[in-house]
Design a protein around this ligand. Sequence first.
Ligand SMILES: [Zn+2]
Length: 398
Amino acid sequence: MSGIPSPAVAGSVDLSAVRRWLVDRRADLLAEIAEYVSIETPSNSKPHLDQGLDWLTGRLTAVLGPPAASERFAGGEHGDTLVADFPGTGTRRLLVLCHYDTVWDAGTLDDWPFAVTDGIARGPGVFDMKTGLVQALWAVRALDAAGLPRPPMRIVLNGDEELGSVSSRPFLEAASAGVTAALVLEPGVDGALKTARKGIGFFRVDVTGVEAHAGLDPEKGVSAIDELARIVLALRALQDLGRGTSVNVGTIAGGTRNNVIAGHAHATIDVRVTDPAEADRVDAALAALTPTDRRLGITVGGGWNRPPMPRTPGIAAMVELARALAGGLGEELGERAVGGGSDANFLAALGVPLLDGLGAVGAGAHARDEHVDIDATVARTALVAALIHAFALPEEGS
Ligand SMILES: [Zn+2]
């Protein structure tokens, strides 16, 4: 895979001192996680997001030095996207991607402040994914402290990932041009990398019928609810778990009164696919929905939010590299295919070799028991440092 460091060469570099340095600074790393978690950055509050990105921008410059180029793309009502290039050794440019928004509303900290008990850190956004950004900062600090080179790095921070990255997607995609590979510091799953993700579609089906008095004029009405009921069953039949396709009709509503034939009904549908061909099959089925009575109307809204992320050759090559480096640090590294999507889906679809789920070790994303295992996360930070360093090694054959 072009440009990806050889696992054998990279794995032969002894980075145990980097790991020890990080373990010795566990308390400082934790203090920075606490500081960042204590700055609330809900996806739905632009003032909070602005404040968070200002803090992050200052911290990046403090740690990585002045950027060679930096641009902040306006997100409108959503968080802005920061794309900052930091100079480094060699010609391989490494993209590091973090979202800074969280699913937690402003004020969540009031009754759920950052706290640490028994080696576990808790707080809104600590796992998804504030710790990941702090890991990147400490990975760089560790390399600099050891006098080890780091490659040119492009740091991309977006603030609407939890809303589907609707406004940041074009900036992320543009920022991926010319990079050798990407590290996505989303949390892992049970400490494992996420090497395949499903594609996700959110759809809505609206049906219109003809209202009539249910008792006086039953023959004059055409029920939108009856039609939607048929559609729901047809959509459910599209599910094919064996091929990795799930179809869930999550909400349904319609009608006005018990004694009125329903003039309107709608359903919302969550579709997840592993195979891009399955997305085409679902699209075709949605497009083929036709009313069973000419007085009925059917409209389909919504669409695909993220394309599937299969385990591409680029991802496989990055996993091989990460495994070699983890082995050198005395760690075992697992991998999983997951049903959720991330911005890695967008980058992988463009052919960028990447690792996703490289961030915090813990569990509970989007839930009140969101938490991070501090020791395991410090150890994982050493792996992040090793990966960054690998891209600054001389290219084979040059
Ligand atoms: Zn996330």
